[in-house]
Design a protein around this ligand. Sequence first.
Ligand code: R5P
Length: 305
Amino acid sequence: MDKNLLVLAGTGEVSRRYAEGVAESLGLEIYNVENKVFPDGESYIRIPELPDNNILYIQNLDPPQDKRLWEALLALDKLRSQGYNVILVTPYLAYSRQDKEFLKGEAVSVALLLRLLRSLGAEEFYTIEIHKMDSLRHFAGRAISLDPYPYMAGVLADKLPHPSDVLVLSPDLGAIDRARRFADAFGSEFDYIVKRRDRVTGEVYMEPKEIPARGRSIIIVDDIISTGGTMAKAARMLLEQGATDVYAVAAHGLLVGGAVDKLRNSGVKRIFVGDTLPPKEGVDQVELYPVVAREFEWVNQHGAS
Ligand code: R5P
């Protein structure tokens, strides 16, 4: 793909915010997908006239996910039929947690989603911290999950306790790499908690494991906080084990229902999430568009139009 890019902002507040941040930091022109919703709830999409062929199309999949996804498919199909080359950036990739058939007969949502995006013309795909890296294989093209944790660790350095007093934990062994990436940049030790989820009820169980929590500040790092159940259970257990305070950090803050209250009631001192989803009261958001912009810096170096 040629190096001259322009930014096309997809639908929703998060898409627009990321598109503006990326366009401004790279000095690229920005255009908006025009959209409206008809009185019966159906979506209308129009692609404005674009002066260049190479498009950095930023379309987030924040709730309502299905609507956003449909808008993305309409836009991608139109862009392809008009002969544009499209790099798709989706900061929050909905459906990423349904990445296998946990129970017989379950649809593997992320596989279909990535196949659809590719087949409708996205040539490259970028997201922030996909739930499982392995899911990217379903996109038959260049597909990248950007790592937000070193950047978040830098931003949070003056808001959190001193690294030497801190233990960074992942809420399960499978996610320990997230704790490691954050801890390496923050300068702390890291470890993991043993978590198990009942696939039918969704209930989370934390199993006892010797964690040197006593007298320490704990930062729990996860990819997503949804209902807050995982973080709240972990926080309670760690405070019972003598941790002095517990902070929750995640790339994506869905924070559905009473998640924020649930976290507060469990003793979590502060909640920090990326800004890949709409903001919630009582939660600190870290702007992550620089993590996306950095990935496309070569555009500046090689001369954008
Ligand atoms: C699951 O494996 C994810 O990494 C998160 O731990 C999970 O989505 C968090 O969900 P909740 O906040 O509902 O416990």
